[in-house]
Design a protein around this ligand. Structure first.
Ligand code: 5AD
Ligand code: SF4
Length: 511
């Protein structure tokens, strides 16, 4: 929906609100469905940067005496979008609550990456229905990636009519207007733009915690891997200007944050869309490393755009950690080709070789999809052998899930589900074995841990992460929370390390 259509539809929404529910009219006038086909079109228009986000005065008291609850599904990008929406809610005067029973607005921030992610959301909607019947004033909203799919919006319109509002990933900054419409209208308010928006700066944020923070560096993805819905749900690649990112990281450092994760669906494409300068992720990292903050990470990388300059900058270390998440997806060049990943097994191995020469102690993790349409046993074996050859320390592994509207969903698939499951099991066994091996190497070593809090299972024990993102449990004073401490590793498990905290003054060399 473009701005003109949006304004027209707004007028119609308030007119129709007065009448009885008439869905035929509603479909024609108010509702422009999100379209994956339209979302695929990459416009040539310039990206506009809005640096002056402000909430209109008329909305400022909307949340007085009301509480909001947001349930987040999916990736860190969604988690961070939730932080922005929480920020907007707070500016509107709402208070947060951690229970749906006391909430006046419930938002589901959804993920569309695999079918099971979507099923969870539909299940949750089913659970929320009785709540809405009990409390008709409750406002229920669906946002995030699923809202960008027409099939999802249609299903909600048909089967979950108690939902009050649906808005997409490009409309988050319009939350005040959308909420206000939802309060005034009897109809479901739907505002999903198939075309991505501009880059909006200065959005308010309520960050979860005060130790680690996420910082968006870019939005969208233009890679169009054939299995992936993200380029359709998140739109085209748009990079934030370096000065805005640097300022945000500086502010976080000044507020005492210890670790930053730079976010983007394909961070290695950072800066490709700037037409006034040649400035890429390596340049950005080179500037960020001068900021006084102990750790900076980024996610997620695409091997194709991982250039030599970035490797050179990462090798300078300092606050740039020696852990890289580098999704490979498959070890077979033939499968990579039909996935449209735009690199071969050999090119991936060459990239890894270069990274390891520059950063010998680097820890690599990855994402892998098994059971892509028509994947043969031999092709799967190539994934297994690549995993060993690279020496990945950990991985997120998935069974391929067809996504409506993507090219792979149209491919005939001759691989039975039992075979896919068996492949996943074999891969997971290898992932566990390699993780166990990587963890064992830490026994007797001293590591630097950023202490995040008490361990989930035992409040006597503190937990935190190393630079390479390994979870460490150890006994220590609560005053260590939020600080970097040295821990001597006494024992290793498959996914975690156990250790003993050292006194601050002991001079040590850390891993
Ligand atoms: N099916 C299974 N896994 C997928 N991923 C993305 N799309 C799909 C899909 N259709 C995985 C990829 C990606 C990670 C975030 O999710 O491995 O890197
Ligand atoms: Fe999806 Fe990542 Fe490929 Fe983009 S690069 S299409 S987000 S898998």
């Amino acid at each position: 929906m473009n701005e003109k259509q949006r304004l027209e539809s707004q007028q119609i929404t308030s007119e129709t609100a007065k009448k009885e529910k008439d869905y035929s009219q509603y479909f024609q006038a108010v509702y422009t469905p999100p379209s994956l086909k339209d979302a695929k079109k990459r416009g040539k228009e310039e990206i506009k940067y809005h640096k002056d986000f402000e909430i209109d005065e008329q909305f400022l008291n909307m949340g007085k005496g009301r509480k909001f609850y947001i349930r987040t599904y999916g990736c860190q990008m969604n988690e961070h979008d939730t932080e922005v929406m929480a920020g907007i809610f707070m500016e509107l005067g709402y208070e947060p609550t951690d229970s749906v029973d006391t909430a006046d607005v419930i938002l589901l921030n959804t993920c569309a990456i695999r079918e099971n992610a979507e099923n969870k959301v539909f299940g949750e909607l089913g659970h929320l229905k009785p709540l809405k019947l009990e409390r008709p004033d409750l406002v229920i909203g669906v946002c995030g990636c699923m809202s960008q799919e027409e099939s999802v919006v249609n299903r909600i319109l048909e089967k979950h009519q108690f939902v009050d509002m649906i808005f997409g990933t490009h409309n988050i900054h319009r939350l005040p207007q959308i909420l206000s419409e939802a309060y005034m209208s009897k109809e479901m308010v739907i505002e999903v733009w198939s075309k991505e928006g501009d880059v909006i700066e200065n959005l308010p944020k309520i960050r979860r915690g005060n130790i680690k923070a996420w910082v968006n560096i870019m939005y969208g993805c233009d890679k169009f891997c054939t299995y992936c819905i993200v380029p359709y749900t998140r739109g085209k690649e748009r990079s934030r200007r370096p000065e805005d990112i640097i300022q945000e990281v500086r502010q976080l450092a000044a507020h005492g944050y210890q670790e930053i994760t730079l976010l983007g669906q394909n961070v290695n494409a950072y800066g490709k869309d700037f037409d006034d300068m040649e400035y890429r992720l390596g340049d950005l990292m080179d500037e960020l490393r001068k900021i006084d903050i102990p750790r900076i990470r980024f996610t997620t990388s695409h091997p194709r755009d991982f250039d030599d300059h970035l490797i050179e900058v990462l090798a300078k270390k300092g606050n740039l950690v020696e852990h890289i998440h580098l999704p490979v997806q498959s070890g077979s060049s033939d499968i990579l080709k039909i996935m449209a990943r735009k690199y071969t097994r050999e090119q991936f191995l060459e990239l890894v070789r270069k990274i390891k020469i520059a950063i010998p102690d680097v820890s690599l993790s990855t994402d892998i999809i098994v059971g892509f349409p028509n994947e043969t046993d031999e092709q799967f074996e190539e994934t297994i052998s690549l995993y060993r050859e690279v020496g990945f320390e950990t991985a997120y592994t998935f069974i391929y899930s067809p996504r409506d509207g993507t090219p792979a969903a149209k491919m005939k698939d001759n691989v039975p589900m039992e075979v896919k499951k068996a492949r996943l099991q074999r891969l997971n066994d290898l992932v566990n074995e390699m993780s166990r091996e990587a963890m064992r190497k830490y026994e007797g070593q001293i590591v630097e841990v950023l202490v995040e809090g008490e361990s989930k299972n035992n409040p006597e024990v503190l937990a935190g992460y190393t630079r390479k993102n390994k979870l460490v449990n150890f006994k220590g004073p609560k005053s260590a929370i939020g600080k970097l401490v040295k821990v001597k590793i006494k024992a290793s498990k498959t996914w975690t390390l156990d250790g003993e905290m050292l006194e601050a003054q002991e001079p040590v060399e850390v891993m």
